[in-house]
Design a protein around this ligand. Sequence first.
Ligand SMILES: Cc1ncc(COP(=O)(O)OP(=O)(O)O)c(N)n1
Ligand SMILES: Cc1nc(C(=O)O)sc1CCOP(=O)(O)O
Ligand SMILES: [Mg+2]
Length: 207
Amino acid sequence: MKLRGLYAITDSQLLAGRFLSHVEAALEGGVCLLQYRDKSDDAARRLREAEGLMKLCERYGTQLLINDDAEVAARLGVGVHLGQTDGPLTPARALLGRQAIIGSTCHASLDLAAQAASEGASYVAFGRFFNSVTKPGAPAANVQLLEQARAQVKLPIAVIGGITLDNAAPLVAHGADLLAVIHGLFGADSAQEVTRRARAFNALFAS
Ligand SMILES: Cc1ncc(COP(=O)(O)OP(=O)(O)O)c(N)n1
Ligand SMILES: Cc1nc(C(=O)O)sc1CCOP(=O)(O)O
Ligand SMILES: [Mg+2]
């Protein structure tokens, strides 16, 4: 499966009261990967919501990933995104199997990306590229790093952090395969606007 296009990431606070409707609106517009990201410690709610997303993703043919938690991903038979403090990649790959999509946060480090590749990651993620409402303190990355990564890294490259329709095009031009977006997608006031934004993000990959 080709990993290229919009990578939508949920945010439980931002989507409160409109969780499934906004996610479905995004899927309607086209989503390559969907990540379920919930930083609360309510494990039961997390599992319930992830199961709901899995059903929705099956309807739209979208791949689901769970943020942080390889055990939940294994339970549901979906992928996982792991940051540098979320546990090692090699056991996650062993747990989830060869086909699973496993992503790795590499901040602005080509060394971390090389390590992730050698440990079985499916894609590497660099960021934060812009000011992020969701995660303002994330380490910064820039387009020069992205260019270097494109030349050196053989895996698909995800970019993240403050990405909107106004600033995403140069990232695609410099080699990003996946635009990972929370606020710039789900911050929309209506489901129709979420769908419009999803289509517009994907259109950046058309040429
Ligand atoms: C696609 C993608 N890239 C980076 C991250 C950040 O992961 P992490 O550093 O583990 O931070 P949290 O998301 O867990 O706060 C991501 N989730 N997705
Ligand atoms: C979860 C996350 N990780 C980042 C990183 O740089 O690793 S930036 C970020 C937040 C992404 O949300 P938004 O699109 O609203 O900025
Ligand atoms: Mg994490």
